[in-house]
Design a binder for this molecule. Sequence first.
Ligand code: IPE
Ligand code: IPE
Ligand code: MG
Ligand code: MG
Length: 327
Amino acid sequence: MIDIEYECVQFSLQLQCQQQFTLPHARLEKSTMSFAKRIDSAIMKAIAEGQTPPSPAKLAEALHYAVTPGGARIRPTILMSIAAACGDQYPKLADAAATALELMHCASLVHDDLPCFDDADTRRGKPSVHKVYGEALAVLVGDSLIIMAFEALAKAAVDEPMRAVAMIKVLATRSGMPNGICAGQGWENESKIDLSAYHAAKTGALFMAATQMGAIAGGHDGEQWEELGARIGEAFQVADDLRDALYDEETLGKPVGQDDLHGRPNAVQQLGVDGAIQRMRDILGGAIASIPKCPGEAMLAAMVTAQAEVLTPIKWRAEQAAKIAGE
Ligand code: IPE
Ligand code: IPE
Ligand code: MG
Ligand code: MG
C-alpha cells in the first residue's frame, strides 16, 4: 500500500514537474520527503513511550502494529505542509500535532475494522488489529492511541501552552460529537442518513483538523483554514468512494465494495465514475481558491493540484493520457 501510494505521489509529481509548476513541485517533492521522516520519527517516539515497561507486552506490541507500516499519512503531511507554508514558526508543535492527528486517525481505523463496525479482516495490506490480537486488545489499542494523541499535545504545551491548548480543542472537536469522527461513525446507525453531515464528520473532520492545526503550528489563526480542510476532505471522500468501487483488495490493502455491501450512500452510486471524478476535481479546484494568504501559498496550490492527480484512479489517468496522445 505504501509503495503504491508513494509511487502515485512520485508519478504525479514527476508528471507535473514537466509541466507548468516546475519550481513549486520540485520543492514540494523534497519537503514531502522530509515531512515523512519527521512524521514517522515523532510517531515512533510516542509509541515507544507508550510501550515503556511495565506495559503489558501484547498491548504494547499491538500499538506498534496498528501504526506501522503507515498508510499514505496524508493528514499529517497536509498539516506539515500548511505549517511550513505559514512559516513553520513552531516546528516542535508541528511534530506533536502531526503525531496526534495520525494517532487519532490510526485509532479510528482500528475501531472501524472491528466486527461491530465494518468487520474488516485487512488494513494497509495486512490482517487488521483484531484479527491478530483479538477484539479486546483492538478496543484497547484504539483507546490508547486516542489518549496518546492528546498526551502528545499536552507535552507540547510546556513550550507553547496557548497554541497547544488551541490544538487540543481542534482535535477534540474534529474527533468527537457532534461533528467529529464519532458523529460520522454514529450516522451509520441512523435509518435516514444526512449524507453531507455524515461525510463531513466521518472524513472531512480530520482534514479540517489537519489544516487548522497546521496553521496554528505555523503561527497563524486556525479558523481561516477550516474551509480548505473541508474541501480537501470532501474530495478525499469522493476519491475513497471511487477506490472502493473500482479497485481490488490486493491493490488497496483493505476490503473493497464496502459501500455496496453495507448499503451506504456514496458518490459513485450518485454520479457514476466519470461524474465522481469530475466532482472530485471541481472540489479540489475550489480548495485551491480557498487557500488563505500565506508565504507558501503557491506551494500549497501545487500540493492540492498534485493531490488531484494522486486521487484520480490510475486507469482513468491512463485513459486520459492515451486520449491526449491520440489528439
Ligand atoms: C481511510 O483513510 C479512511 C477514510 C477516511 C476514507 P486513508 O486512506 O487516509 O488511510 P491510510 O492511513 O492511508 O491507510
Ligand atoms: C472510515 O471510513 C472512516 C473512519 C472514521 C474510521 P470507511 O469505513 O468508509 O473507510 P475504510 O474503507 O474502512 O478505510
Ligand atoms: Mg467504516
Ligand atoms: Mg471501514
